[in-house]
Ligand binder design. Sequence first.
Ligand SMILES: Cc1cc2nc3c(=O)[nH]c(=O)nc-3n(C[C@H](O)[C@H](O)[C@H](O)COP(=O)(O)OP(=O)(O)OC[C@H]3O[C@@H](n4cnc5c(N)ncnc54)[C@H](O)[C@@H]3O)c2cc1C
Length: 471
Amino acid sequence: MARTDFSQTDCDVLIVGAGPAGLTLAIDMARRGVSALLIEKRATPALASKGKGIQPRSLEVFHNLGVIDNVMAEGRPYPRLRFHEAGSVPSDFDMMAIKEPTRAVPYPNTIMLPQWALENILRARLAALGGRVQFGTSLVWLEPRADHVRVTVEEADGTRIVTAKYVVGADGGHSTVRQLSGIALIGDSPNLDGMIVADVMVDGLDRDFWHFWKSQAGRAVGLCPLTATEHFQLTASISPEEQPDLTLHALNALLEEAEVDPAVHFQHVDWVSVFRPNIRMAETFRKDRVFIVGDAAHVHPSAGAQGMNTSVQDAFNLGWKLAAVLGGAEAALLDTFEEERFPVAADVLERSGKLYRDGVARGSTSMRRGDDEQQLLLNYRGTSLCAGEGSDTLQPGDRMPDGMVTDGSGMERRLFDVMSGPHATLLCAGVPSVTAGNGTRIVLSDADEFGVTGYISIRPDMYVGSISPHS
Ligand SMILES: Cc1cc2nc3c(=O)[nH]c(=O)nc-3n(C[C@H](O)[C@H](O)[C@H](O)COP(=O)(O)OP(=O)(O)OC[C@H]3O[C@@H](n4cnc5c(N)ncnc54)[C@H](O)[C@@H]3O)c2cc1C
């Protein structure tokens, strides 16, 4: 019989769910010295490829978190797409134009890495910072109190109470934290085709292309060679009513139906799931001391590789604010999480919904991707943390570009390296250096480097806070 152990654990931040959002937040908390607990209901790490497209803005976040070298070493640019049609020569094209890195944008391309591989990298970083994932631990109940939240967690041998000053639900689309907090998920589940998604070992197929076929009946079948592994990710469309058979035999039959070369077949299936499109968003991202981030706050179709990226960036937006408020900053700073991230999520939802609908309606041409999906243009202009005026090239609320700066010891350095870590940065662009407290790093550049003259305060999440002629 399960033990009921009411021993109590206190922490400042309880993070529920160790997917990309929860891991990002846990790393940020660990490097800021915030006492945080990261719980995960799974007994062991997930092994699914799921979100395999890492967008340039997330790569910049990973630079800041100290994992970019591992991500770039294991990840690869997307392969060309190849569309096979029975009796004709296949047609090939690039999903997105491959760009050269520039001084301002060092990571211009979307990188492919299976989600499990990214999660491995994030867990290793968390461990290096002294943190860990507490697997086999589910949040099952929460009670908000005036100055903390009382949470019940279930483990293999019983239940336990955890009290935390803040709870962050990073617990995915079916979020228990969201449901227990009474936050409604608004939107729809359109009556569109869904998808079988699987990680499969394939015989008889080259790994140079992301291959696509269409059956006579209109079923789209894709096989994408996954980096960091010998698997392919299989996607096969299913009608809204279809209840697909997910056995190896049935999946091989899909290849036959799509008239794929008979030499190609699946050896075995390591993960398989059915995905049905949902376009939904929580009515609010916060209820008092409880926040929701990532898929818990917004559920997207997979088209456009936005879900995992938006999740990581939600967590990165919230981390420094939680740490600042726990360290004595005005609690109102936490209101800016929803102010900044709600419109972003709404926009991403609209875009990925449209891409998915177009994909169902038009097929191959709708696979082309551009700047909108890369999330580098995303900004918080006009929100309450912005102050001062910029120029045409750089304004408060913008993503801070990379560039060359001079640090206090007179050394030339990349701004992205200077910004890496939990601190804020003050850039004196064409103006004299000053001193600043709170661990803020001071660097200098000439006025031309960023197209602005003045003191540019850069938030810990690498967005411009204020631009002013005086410090
Ligand atoms: C086929 C497919 C392809 C995709 N492709 C892309 C892509 O290319 N790019 C992209 O950006 N996104 C993509 N996505 C979406 C992406 O996988 C998700 O957006 C991402 O996983 C969300 O991360 P998260 O951390 O918010 O939640 P999740 O990854 O869902 O993690 C939530 C975690 O919380 C745990 N949990 C749940 N309830 C509890 C509880 N009560 N207590 C403790 N733990 C709990 C779960 O076990 C899970 O580990 C794809 C998704 C699918 C299905």
